[in-house]
Write a protein that binds this ligand. Structure first.
Ligand code: AMP
Ligand code: MG
Length: 270
């Protein structure tokens, strides 16, 4: 569906879904230079709508980014948010749980980072790690992680009911492109800090991770908190697609500026 490539990325609830059939390298009918220019236009719109959301102060948006290593979560965030009002956006990253995080249920650390009303929050990894890496690496028994899909659905429904729109993107990178990018991290001294030996362990578990993503996406995509599978082999496609997905949901919210106090219009400021 070239007319509406964004809708085509969405994973519809209750329908068959196969992650393996989703593209990693589609251009979505876009061309590189035009897409970069278009991203700037999308960001201008994001800026206006974010400002209104802030003024309205009734609702928030949570954009969840999940992906294998080197799919470009950090790059997406950097490109999408650069130049926008930092006061309106919250970014939270979730790594290996530590300290008190290990002493609470898996949603505890996430809940407190949900964006407050009037703001847009971006999660760089999220509560989904608790049905992904935790499942694949056996950090919790099946009896525990298998119940989490329902808990996640309930949690996201709660957020929706309380004014937070949840939107989830899986940045779908191919195993080949991941290899290139990980190699680049090893070879480039500026990028080497990002590389961990553990990245290779995760890469070896690629098939198991894909299966875990398949299940997580299928079981938790809902009408109110949908998943999108974004082709991530080309950075410029990935960046524009995610920005457009966010824009689409902000447009749907249609945040309204609050009414000014009575009698302001026409007031002369001397
Ligand atoms: P990165 O986002 O690449 O900086 O790495 C963060 C690491 O933390 C990844 O390897 C994740 O799989 C890991 N991680 C995130 N959340 C969890 C979790 N709940 N349990 C175990 N590992 C996690
Ligand atoms: Mg990493």
């Amino acid at each position: 569906m070239v007319n509406d490539p964004i809708s085509a990325l969405r994973v519809a609830p209750g329908k068959p879904f196969s992650l393996a059939d989703r593209s990693t390298d589609a251009t979505l009918g876009w061309e590189k230079d035009a897409a970069k220019a278009e991203l700037e236009n999308v960001k201008l719109r994001l800026d206006v709508l974010q400002q209104r959301l802030f003024a309205e102060e009734r609702r928030s948006v949570l954009l969840v980014l999940q992906a294998m290593d080197a799919a470009g979560k950090d790059g997406t965030i950097r490109n999408m948010l650069a130049g926008l009002n930092p006061a309106g956006f919250h970014v939270a990253a979730f790594g290996v749980p530590g300290g008190p995080e290990t002493q609470h249920d898996f949603l505890w650390r996430v809940h407190s980072k949900v964006p407050p009303k009037g703001t847009v929050g971006v999660f760089n990894r999220s509560h989904y790690e608790d049905v992904l890496v935790v499942r694949v690496k056996g950090f919790a028994p099946k009896s525990v992680w298998s119940k989490r899909y329902d808990h996640i659905r309930d949690f996201e429904r709660l957020l929706g009911d309380e004014g937070t729109t949840v939107v989830k993107c899986f940045l779908n990178v191919s195993k080949d492109v991941q290899r290139e990018r990980l190699q680049e991290r090893v070879d480039d001294p500026e990028k080497r800090w990002k590389f961990r030996h553990g990245d290779l362990d995760d890469r070896r578990l690629w098939t198991k991770f894909q299966a875990a993503y398949q299940d997580a996406i299928q079981r938790t995509t809902t009408a109110k908190a949908p998943w999108y599978v974004v082709p991530a082999d080309r950075n410029w496609v990935r960046n524009l697609a995610v920005a457009k997905i966010l824009l689409r949901h902000l447009e749907k919210l249609d945040p309204q500026l609050p009414n000014p106090e009575d009698g302001i219009e026409g007031t002369l400021v001397e």
